[in-house]
Design a protein around this ligand. Structure first.
Ligand code: Z57
Length: 837
């Protein structure tokens, strides 16, 4: 029952209703008030962190007001909503984003200056919200920004990890993981202790007759854990729409913890129970593109899916509509297979708890869900062991078997006598132990399945989902090429470039319609414009050089070509190809005469990214980069011609400094392995060029910017299988230049060669699965083309500006529009104040 204020007293409420600041004076009032009262500090005791806290609380108040209004409006409008289920939301910092989205950053800058602070210093106090590993989590964050900006009634659902992705320290050239406890002071979340859901695990299933004599399944026993909601406001850009991200935190259930054991004197046991319950949302699994099948991970998944579904169903039931209207009111988007249990949970709710017929329920389920696939790599595809699932979720396993049985019957009718087809498409893999294939379950339980770039969407149709295309027809499978939010990745990360563009295009409309950038091509002959563009790039490089010297002690020349590869460390992303290429460059420089060296363009090779803690090969790559840097950076023969840098703890806020500073960035995955990539888009949008393979979204970037504005190299996806086959059957001959690089490593040039032997051998005599040797020559040659091109600064600049002008397609707004129209079938809910404040 909701408690609302009676009619006669509502005027008093309205009179005193919170307003939120708009002027500089009001901002200062609010900031000082929060510092003095909320934080109990004073002007004698206010450091940058306190100023950050005060300013954040002032902005938070503003957000909350619009957030409440948005939620009321959405409830009242009673139209279809989107629920975006993602196990990761890599949000980064919130204050700068809030300032820009509500259009009050200038007010805040002036106010903070009055109070004795520089806005940049205040902003940089904030700890990143790092509830994600990499691309998949950051995509979810960009989507939240676009959904709010486009006024879609949309909620995100995730887990409130106490520890996000670990903080990376580089100690003696090795990665060390440090826990990321980020909740000490987090003004952006609102605990909702009144919104809790009981989540059941383990136990057993029995059958009962209900009042109508119908046989129903009852899931009994086991244990209960509470899910507590924490809400985070998501402000749209230049709109009052402020959506909600609901993160669930696990807690021992009141009934189980407080009373049973505590009162019977089993204090220690009850504390143990409490800790076990809290473990569920304690830590983000730090693997990107790898599934390890741990029971706790499955617990996380069910905990979050069940809490979210309960919440969604509760909201629907308030509308008193018939169940058949559920898919007209609810669209649930699955970010990869991690939330696939939500499909099973909804079927369970409808059949076991609400008493619907199986077929009617399944029809509702299929029309509600859609599934985005983000990888084809076998080691990343989720499979859960049947015994593990039987133990943890006995009723869900029964439902999965029933879904599978009905599905296989359908397939059998369609393809009589094709036994092998039945084996291939079965949700249950007949291995030892049996496994539940989550991608198949997600596909069968959804009305649409999409890949995240054209090549990737084509690949899934011919590989993992080939049979499913035959069964359901091609229309169930579609493509939505990823995008990025231009608010964070241009306006926030690169304010000067954004301002320059606005000055030419006559305003900031490009931030909400990125295709407007194409007008920049009219200014390719504008000398002042080009000069300023170049100055901005230089200033961004100076800023990164400053960060590098502060954190590593190495001085890099900002006039050198900045060559950047920042992303998770993974063999398929081929940082090893990059560093081996760097060694080749180093050997070449060493062999040159002084005269030849003068003709060379100075380079800074910058690496950054985290390795999963258990991924030894990735950690070896980090160590090799650091070891090469140690030698190269201290070699007097080389000087500024080559520097090799490892940036520690790459994350969203560091990406905002790194991305605008690149001349060329590396997106060099083995063709067919990177589903899309999204940093490629960020770098080009910030006026950097790309060296890349024909993989993921690189292909569409090429289509947009033109082949002459990108440096493509390497084998094509269609040839990868044959090349691997050739390696296995003895036709492998290592590239001669690469062989020289290995000789240098083995000769101890970069320290103890034993440390790198597994890495070298994976290429030399373990089949070179990622085709480093096959692509090496093409890679080196293409880098030579990059050197040449960079010498003609005018032509280079023209490539950069032209590329930026053609990046409109890669806005996550376009992407969300496509999901909304083709997959979710939802309409925006536009508030009265769309552009005005
Ligand atoms: C992850 O970050 C991605 C895919 C996964 O299956 C998992 Br698990 C984590 C990434 C892809 O590797 C990128 O290519 C893609 O751009 C990103 O997801 C967003 O779609």
């Amino acid at each position: 029952v909701e408690a609302s204020i009676p009619e006669p007293q509502r005027d008093a409420w309205k009179k005193h209703s919170a307003q939120g600041f708009t002027t500089k004076e009001q901002f200062e009032d609010e900031t000082v008030r929060h510092v003095e009262t909320t934080l109990a500090r004073s002007l004698f005791n206010c450091d940058e962190l306190a100023a950050y806290s005060g300013a954040s609380l002032a902005f938070r108040d503003r957000l909350v007001i619009e957030w409440n209004r948005t939620q009321q409006r959405q409830t009242f409008a009673d139209q279809k909503r989107v629920y975006y289920l993602s196990l990761e939301f890599l949000m980064g910092r919130a204050l700068d984003n809030a300032m820009l989205n509500v259009g009050l950053k200038d007010v805040a800058r002036a106010g903070l200056k009055d109070l004795g602070f520089r806005i940049e210093d205040v902003i940089s106090q904030e700890h990143d919200a790092a509830l994600g590993n990499g691309g998949l989590g950051r995509l979810a964050a960009c989507f939240l920004d676009s959904m709010a900006t486009l006024d879609y009634p949309a909620w995100g659902y995730g887990l409130r990890y106490r520890y996000g992705i670990f903080k990376q320290e580089i100690v003696d050239g090795y990665q060390v993981e440090v826990p990321d406890y980020w909740l000490d002071f987090n003004p952006w979340e609102f605990p909702r202790h009144d919104i809790t859901v009981d989540i059941q695990f383990y136990g057993h299933v029995s059958r009962h007759e209900d009042e109508d004599g119908k046989n129903i399944a009852v899931w009994e026993g086991g244990e209960i854990v509470d899910a507590v909601a924490y809400d985070v406001p998501i402000p749209g850009y230049q709109t009052t729409t402020t959506n909600n991200l609901r993160l669930w935190s696990s807690k021992a259930s009141k009934g189980e913890f407080d009373f049973q054991k505590f009162n019977s004197g089993e204090y220690e046991a009850s504390v143990g129970d409490q800790q076990r319950a809290e473990t569920i949302s304690a830590v983000l699994y730090p693997n990107d593109n790898l599934e390890r099948g741990k029971e706790l991970r499955l617990k996380q998944q069910y905990f979050w899916c069940a809490a979210s579904l309960y919440d969604i169903v509760r909201r629907f039931k308030k509308s008193k509509k018939a169940w058949s209207a559920f898919p007209d009111m609810v669209a649930i988007q699955l970010n990869d297979t991690h939330p696939t249990l939500a499909i099973v949970e909804l079927q369970r709710i409808l059949v076991d708890l609400e008493g619907l017929d199986w077929a009617e329920a399944w029809n509702i389920v299929q029309n509600t869900f859609s599934y985005a696939n983000h990888t084809v790599m076998p080691e990343a595809l989720e499979k859960w062991s049947v015994p593990v699932m039987q133990n943890l979720l006995p009723r869900h396993l029964q439902i999965i078997y029933e879904v599978n049985s009905q599905f296989l019957h359908m397939v059998e009718k369609q393809f009589p006598k094709d036994r092998d087809m039945l084996r291939r498409v079965s949700i249950i893999e007949e291995s030892q132990p049996k496994m539940v294939q989550m991608a198949y379950l997600a596909t069968i339980g959804s009305h649409k399945v999409n890949g995240v770039a054209e090549l990737h969407s084509d690949l899934i149709k011919t590989t993992i989902f080939k049979d499913f295309v035959k069964i359901y027809g091609p229309d169930k499978f579609t493509n939505v090429t990823n995008g990025i939010t231009p608010r964070r990745w241009l306006h926030q990360a690169n304010p000067r470039l954004s301002e320059l563009i606005a000055s030419k295009l006559g305003g900031y409309e490009f931030l909400t319609d990125l295709t407007k950038l194409n007008k920049l091509e009219h200014f390719l002959d504008d000398k002042d414009f080009k000069k300023e563009w170049q100055e901005i790039k230089y200033a961004n490089k100076v800023r990164l050089a400053q960060h590098i010297v502060n954190t590593t002690g190495v001085r890099v020349n900002p006039k050198a070509l900045f060559d950047i590869q920042v992303k998770r460390i993974h063999e398929y992303k081929r940082q090893q190809l990059n560093i081996l290429g760097v060694i080749h460059r180093y050997l070449t420089i060493k062999a040159m005469s002084a005269e030849e060296r003068k003709k060379l363009a100075p380079r800074v090779s910058i690496f950054g990214g985290k390795a999963a803690p258990g991924y030894w090969m990735a950690k070896t790559v980090i160590h090799l980069v650091c070891s090469v840097g140690e030698v190269v950076n201290n070699d007097k023969d080389v000087g500024d011609l080559l520097k090799v840098i490892y940036i520690e703890d790459y994350n969203v806020s560091k990406a905002e400094i790194i991305t605008p500073a690149s001349d060329i960035s590396e997106h060099i995955s083995t063709a067919g392995t990177e589903a899309s990539g999204t940093s490629n888009m960020k770098f080009v949008l910030n006026g950097g060029l790309i060296i890349g393979t024909c993989d993921g979204a690189n292909i569409e970037i090429t289509r947009e910017v033109g082949e002459s504005n990108i440096f493509l190299f390497g084998n094509l996806a269609e040839d990868v299988e044959d090349l691997r086959h050739a390696h296995t059957y003895g036709n492998f001959k290592i590239d001669p230049d690469l062989a020289k690089v290995f000789d240098a490593i083995k000769g101890g040039k970069f320290g103890d060669a034993n440390r790198f032997s597994a890495l070298c051998n994976s290429i030399i005599d373990q089949g070179d699965y990622y085709l480093v040797s096959d692509d090496f020559n093409s890679y080196i040659k293409t880098h030579t083309l990059v050197d040449e091109a960079y010498k003609d600064q005018d032509a280079w600049l023209e490539k950069c500006i032209t590329s930026v002008s053609r990046m409109g397609f890669f806005s996550s707004d376009r992407c969300i529009q496509e999901y909304a129209d083709m997959i979710w079938n939802v309409e925006p809910l536009v508030p009265e104040q769309r552009n005005g404040k």
